[in-house]
Design a protein around this ligand. Sequence first.
Ligand code: APR
Length: 237
Amino acid sequence: MEGVMHDIRNIVILTGAGISAESGLATFRGPDGLWEGHRVEDICTPQALARDARLVHDFYDARRAALAGVEPNPAHQALAALDAAWDGALLIVTQNVDDLHERAGAKRMLHMHGALLSALCAGCNKAVPWQGAMPPGSVCDGCGRPKLRPDIVFFGEMPYEMDRIEAALMRCDLFVSIGTSGAVYPAAGFVQTARHHGARTLELNLDPSAGSVYFHETRLGPASELVPAWVADVLGD
Ligand code: APR
């Protein structure tokens, strides 16, 4: 569908915890953020998992349980509508581990930091759906070893699908960042990669971020308002 931005064909969208905030899921660095009550090094590192797997599993079990009580918000729904209607290339790269983009209907997307509803075998690297309670020592049905862990990319581990992401960033005409503080690399550097390859860059966020200086345009406000308005503009609604 030809939108009002006639020179835009290929879009990459990066989302962070802020897009899920209005659904009721905590962000990491805001008031009551997830990192306010925990130290990253105790929860979200390979060393933390080796030191106290029960603490790590409990943290992610609580976040998984919170998913049951929340719904996608208008920002997730608008991106899913764009995904369905846009006839150019589009890729939603989420840093989030919730399933709200999928539940809103997004298809052309990937989780670069893993997913709460997936378990990973530290023995054979097989990812399987997270089924109910999967305490430390749960057995992998692929290799039979008691090595299943949360399929979350911990600090110090390589995010998923970086080759696919970088190829999309180099090809895109428009890069949009939604609901992220720009605090964590490599995601925080995506805007510079896209801009270096000629893309226009737009940030939709509640507050200025560490990356705002790299965007051609920053719009401040809640995602549930900014994202539907931007999608309507792109689709020429
Ligand atoms: N609408 C839009 N933006 C919002 C909203 C909202 N309703 N509420 C909060 N925000 C913005 C905040 O202004 C902030 O810039 O969302 C951002 C959330 O920042 P963080 O809590 O740092 O979350 P995120 O950027 O996703 O963190 C990146 O850090 O800890 C790691 O792996 C974790 O993926 C995460 C990564």
